[in-house]
Ligand binder design. Structure first.
Ligand code: GLP
Length: 638
């Protein structure tokens, strides 16, 4: 989808192409790179690429590697310059960008090592200026960058040019923003381990490239993309300076495009087809914009906000308002598994069959409770046959400190002669923890113990919500055990495990998450695995009869127009859910939430979750609830 009409061009100041998937976008960008490399090769000239790190370009690099292996694309004539490097890390550190590039690209193609450049993160502070200057000089000596690949940080940074970076800046030592450090916390197994400084090319260095492609995937990037593409150039969002570049293109997926005006409010940029979905989206937006409840919207509200043609089609505001009021009202139900024996013509879930086999998929322990703890409780107390399947162990998100606590307990029990075992496993893990230091990778034993910690938290949490432990299923999908955050690859074994679970349960309803996330995130991979498994069994009778409900994580709840089922919670139910969240002690300092909400960690968010949705329903003139858990109905494309 391309921006075409002039209204759009006025709003969108950078050519932005929206693709169905990250893979599709990466194929386009990889082809542009390959074409340039081949053209230059034919002219006997080298190609100079500016490269980025982070999860965003990983699929692009996988595509380039595929082209090298299958289409004889050679990198022998390519010179590369990376955008940035953490300060203080040497090139072998597992989180250094030099190491990242080796793992993700350099070691898999025929690039000459001497042609690859990554800023030196280990340079002495006094020598940093000279080193940065030399980096700029090396780019100039190579003839300048032909194609620069960029991701974007949620602060609006490109490279590590944090807010405050001007358009003339060059390669230099910078201090990282606290949000950037929080976003990197999982990679470094804790925010405290994330370096405070980095060396980065400047905005000016980036603007000097002859062509720029910025890539972005997932709803987490939607806000910063909209502000970068549609906002005024500002140092507060350094990526906005790309508006000044004559040959810059954004290649993004649908989720990352979600807040561009043409997607979020298309009626503001041109005529739209007033389908029921579009009408719902527009009228709920209008209520939010005017601060009115649905039944108080008047004709002028519609006509003054780009929706006059809706009234032409549908009559008076009064009729549209009532229609939308009823539609929204019908999303509310206290019976997420359907209400047995009731008329279900206006309810989100069917009354029959009862009881239902309900499957809740949680990418890591806690995702389930966070987004749908109240619903879990209701499904159980209303007599449905609930299974909660934890797709991964989530062991990478357990701080070492919690393992130390567990091994102290084991040693004390063993040494006191009470546990019936010796202390050798605990001592082994103790030695391994010592040996790995803060940055080393966890051994299999450490990961195992961390996984057990999360299991016991999941059980405690389920008990709080009235879900008995025999309803919990720990899948421990293999992809997670083999990888690190941002570097996972889902394989056939994962799909087979999911398929086996589905075949054995034959659920009537599935609650899942991960749709629209960054494609390399754990929830997105888990969702992809579910889709692949569902595709394999798409002809089974139970699949035809199964409803899939999507939930979303903290700070990213569904917008009102997307909600198909809203499950209200009373103050007591809400408090109970929070107690369920608190059982996940190892997650107390994990960061979560969106940039706008400025939430710091999982605990801070617990009291906010689901309340915004309740407040919105109240403001629309519907009932005033304490909290609402919300779901969107989804049909897989077969
Ligand atoms: C880091 C990198 C950026 C990258 C950003 C986004 O801060 N220095 O170059 O664009 O992260 O990361 P991700 O692609 O993982 O979302």
């Amino acid at each position: 989808m391309q921006s075409t009409n002039s209204e759009l061009n006025q709003r969108e100041k950078i050519p932005t192409h929206i693709y169905e998937s990250a893979d599709e976008a990466c194929q386009v960008v990889a082809s542009a790179i390959a074409e340039l490399i081949r053209d230059r090769e034919a002219e006997g000239k080298p190609t100079v690429l500016g490269l980025a790190t982070g999860s965003t370009p990983v699929r692009l690099y996988r595509e380039l590697i595929r082209m090298h292996q299958e289409e004889a694309l050679s990198f022998a004539n390519v010179v590369t310059f990376n955008l940035d490097e953490y300060y203080g890390l040497d090139g072998d550190h597992p989180e250094s960008y030099r190491r990242f590039m080796r793992d993700q690209l350099f070691d898999h193609v025929d690039l000459k090592p001497e042609n690859t450049h990554v800023p030196d993160g280990r340079v002495e502070r006094e020598a940093a200026y000279a080193s940065c200057h030399a980096y700029e000089q090396a780019i100039t000596d190579a003839g300048g960058i032909d194609i620069q690949i960029l991701g974007i940080g949620r602060t609006g940074h490109i490279g590590f040019n944090e807010p405050g970076s001007g358009p003339e800046t060059l390669t230099r030592l910078v201090t990282l923003d606290s949000l950037t450090r929080r976003d990197a916390a999982r990679d470094f197994l804790g925010e405290a381990n994330v370096p405070r400084h980095a060396i980065t090319m400047g905005v000016g260095t980036i603007l000097a490239a002859r062509q720029v492609f910025l890539l972005a995937w997932g709803e987490g990037k939607a806000s910063v993309i909209a502000r970068t593409v549609e906002g005024a150039p500002t140092e507060a969002i350094p990526a906005t300076f790309l508006q000044r570049h004559a040959n810059c293109r954004f290649c993004i997926d649908r989720a990352a495009a979600g807040q561009l005006t043409r997607i979020s409010c298309p009626w503001l940029v041109g005529p739209v087809d007033w389908t029921p979905e579009m009408t719902r989206k527009a009228v709920l937006w209008l209520a939010g914009k005017t601060g009115k409840s649905l039944l108080k919207l008047i004709d002028e509200d519609y006509t003054e906000n780009g929706m006059a043609d809706l009234l032409t089609e549908r009559g008076r505001a009064y009729d549209v308002n009532i229609d939308l009021f009823n539609i929204t009202q019908h999303t509310i139900t206290g019976w997420p598994g359907g209400k047995p024996g009731a008329d279900d013509s206006n309810r989100p879930e069917r009354a029959d069959p009862f009881p239902k086999r309900s499957l809740v998929l949680s990418p890591e322990p806690l995702d389930d409770v966070y987004s749908m703890g109240g619903t879990l409780n209701r499904l159980t107390t209303q007599g449905h046959l609930l299974t909660v399947a934890y797709q991964t162990t989530g062991n990478l998100a357990v701080p070492d400190e919690d393992v130390r606590g567990a091994i102290e307990l084991m040693i004390e029990l063993a040494d006191g002669g009470q546990s019936g075992t010796d202390n050798s496993f605990a001592r082994l893990v103790e030695r391994q923890l010592e040996a790995k230091g803060s940055f080393g990778a966890d051994t299999a034993e450490i990961r195992h113990l961390k996984g057990l910690i999360r299991r016991s938290e999941a059980r405690a949490s389920a008990r709080t919500l009235g879900v008995s432990n025999d309803r919990l299923h720990f899948m421990d999908l293999p992809f997670y055990e083999k990888g690190r955050y941002r570097r996972f690859v889902a394989e056939d074994a994962d799909v087979a495990a999911m398929r086996a679970l589905l075949d054995s349960l034959k659920p009537h309803q599935i609650f899942a998450t991960g749709y629209g996330h960054d494609p390399l995130s754990v929830p997105a991979l888990c969702f992809d695995i579910l889709c692949r498994a569902l595709k394999e069994c798409s002809h089974a009778d139970w699949v035809q009869d199964c409803i899939i409900w999507l939930y979303r994580g903290p700070g990213q709840e569904w917008e009102t127009h997307e909600i198909d089922m809203a499950v209200p919670l009373s103050p007591d139910e809400f408090e109970n859910k929070i107690q369920g969240i608190y059982q996940h002690q190892s997650q107390r300092s994990q960061s979560a939430g969106t940039a706008e909400k400025k939430t710091h960690n999982t605990w801070d968010l617990a009291h906010q979750i689901n309340q915004a949705t309740a407040a919105t329903y109240d403001a629309l003139g519907l009932a005033d609830y304490e909290a609402i858990e919300c779901f969107k109905r989804w049909a897989p494309a077969h």
